[in-house]
Design a protein around this ligand. Sequence first.
Ligand SMILES: O=C(O)c1ccc[n+]([C@@H]2O[C@H](COP(=O)([O-])O)[C@@H](O)[C@H]2O)c1
Ligand SMILES: Cc1cc2nc[nH]c2cc1C
Length: 339
Amino acid sequence: MEIPSLDEHAHAEALAQLDGLVKPVGALGRLEELAAWLCAVHGTVPPRPLDDVRVVVFAGDHGVSVSGAVSAYPRHLTAAMVRVFLAGESGVNVLAREVGAHVRVLDIAVDDPLDDVPDEVRSRKIRRGSGSIDVADAVTGDEAQRAFDAGVAAADAEIDDGADLLIPGDMGIGNTTIASALVAAVLGLPADDVVGTGTGVDDEGRARKVAVLERALTRRAMHGPMDTLASVGSACAAATAGFLVRAAARRVPVVLDGVFPCAAAVLAREIAPGAERWWVAGHRSTEPAQAFALKALGLDPILDLGLRLGEGSGAVQAVPLLRGARAVLSDMGRLADLG
Ligand SMILES: O=C(O)c1ccc[n+]([C@@H]2O[C@H](COP(=O)([O-])O)[C@@H](O)[C@H]2O)c1
Ligand SMILES: Cc1cc2nc[nH]c2cc1C
């Protein structure tokens, strides 16, 4: 998929106009950078409003959680949380409402039956029951590709429906182990450096996660990003990567959230170099793998609130700052007009 360049002319013009606003040069700090980035994304100064913000939560289970040893919570919570998203009562639902963002949940690979949820939630389902990455591939190469394509289609659906800004969210017990494995595999990092405590495992739980990664990373050679997604990733990671690449290809900005979407972003960047220019990092999670992923992507998180919920919850909190950055360029007075 071809990734367009950002508009460098609009970026330079934005920086020049920012310097001329009624404030000391540079006084709006990071907001100025974000304003210029939005101009480069939209190719206009000021950028367009970000009215229609959409979170798509990719929900799925991971074979690695079957043993119950890598998460502080039982795997059945993945399916249960899908119903919570649909009821509008999850953390991201509540926070998204505050900023007027829409939340959709997609069952990509939830293991427990979800026969009671609307068909559209399951319309992009890839499979149930994935491999535990320490002993087997998570999914087949064909499933990884189909999941990637499902993510592409999910982005297309939101963009065709008028989305101005996209946020990939995640829900999946055990997915911090998967995210860490992906980051370690692509960046060549030791397991012990990338593994965190996820939902809150103790030292022994963390040591089990490290052992899983060590086995997963040496189990077999991986040949390219799609093979890595199949081997130590998951259908959800592949779908998130597809979503990210498509947003960039269609010039729609993305706010990245915590460790899982950021790990998927590292893979997406391998698949489509340059796509990362269309993304900003919404917040810094507590997971070390997210810090490595952001560094590799060259992204500096907007917020640092100690969040580790996932779902897209941190990214939605950055939306008012992006809107503020746009408003500065659009509505502030100019020094030159002071006389
Ligand atoms: O976004 C993060 O950085 C983050 C950090 C820790 C946990 N989570 C969420 O918690 C779940 C994964 O945690 P775990 O311990 O089961 O691997 C999954 O549903 C994630 O959305 C998310
Ligand atoms: C309750 C709960 C909600 C979540 N949201 C994202 N990950 C989660 C993990 C748990 C355990």
